[in-house]
Design a protein around this ligand. Structure first.
Ligand SMILES: [Zn+2]
Length: 260
């Protein structure tokens, strides 16, 4: 079995109590068939630390970008992003996007920085990884206005509506499922996942957040992509092996990388 965790934050796991180090996390994931990980940047400084820590790991790819809730950490610098994101282990610009749920007072700033990062993605021809919360219409609008269908991308940790999913699919975007899809009250999300073609789906943990059932409430880790994969396979009427293969191929197609 070859499963890919298309979205984790390896630098945010608990290395005091749960894991010895990143090698330990990667080994636990591989033991469950989760053989490739994409770890996400939320600020450029945190990206640089992950890049240096993971330089020798072929099983891990990197995304570089500034998260809409981390804009205060350091001044946004498009040129620095452009230079850092050229690194050959960087396969995506992300995560980037809009979050009006936790941060409603700086919408214009979020939009400017989001647009700027889509432009970098187009310039480098690397796909975008999108975070969107309580901002669906503006997210779609900015993706359209900045020609994000050129670089392509994925709506990570999908929690939006069917209408949003259809608009994202029209932009040739992919949809990524996190452990949320296993939650009891997630019936609307399950309907969307049943609707999205199997060749447009990715799976992720978003660890350390959002552990799937039966680990809900515990800290999430890449190994648990296995549970998300099993659950989505059942929604799609596929075996786990079939859906693992399909979603891995989707990952390879979107990010223009060979991982198997
Ligand atoms: Zn994330």
């Amino acid at each position: 079995m070859f499963i890919v965790d298309s979205h984790c934050h390896l630098d945010a796991l608990d290395y005091e109590n749960l894991h010895q180090n990143m090698d330990d996390v990667i080994a636990k994931a591989k033991a469950r068939g989760v053989q490739h990980l994409l770890t996400i940047g939320v600020t450029l400084s945190r990206f640089e630390k992950q890049r240096d820590a993971l330089a020798h790991h072929d099983a891990v790819s990197l995304a570089c970008g500034v998260h809409p809730l981390d804009l205060d950490d350091e001044p946004y610098d498009q040129q620095r992003l452009l230079e850092l994101a050229r690194h050959k282990k960087v396969i995506a610009i992300g995560e980037i996007g809009l979050d009006y749920y936790y941060s409603a007072d700086n919408k214009a700033l979020q939009q400017d920085i989001f647009a700027s990062q889509i432009q970098v993605a187009n310039q480098l021809d690397k796909p975008v990884i999108i975070h969107t919360r309580a901002a669906g219409d503006d997210t779609i609008q900015l993706l359209r206005d900045n020609q994000a269908q050129k670089c392509g991308g994925v709506i990570h940790c999908f929690t939006e509506t069917m209408a949003f999913a259809k608009q994202a699919l029209d932009l040739d975007f992919y949809i990524s499922c996190s452990g949320i899809v296993t939650f009891k009250n997630a019936e609307e999300i399950r309907d969307v996942i049943r609707y999205v073609p199997a060749d447009r789906l990715l799976v992720e943990t978003d660890s350390p957040y959002l552990a799937p059932v039966p680990y809900r409430g515990k800290q999430n880790q890449p190994a648990y992509t296995r549970e998300v994969c099993e659950y989505v396979a059942s929604l799609k009427g596929m075996t786990v092996a079939e859906f693992a293969q399909q979603s891995t191929e989707n990952f390879e197609r979107l990010f223009k990388i060979q991982v198997q």
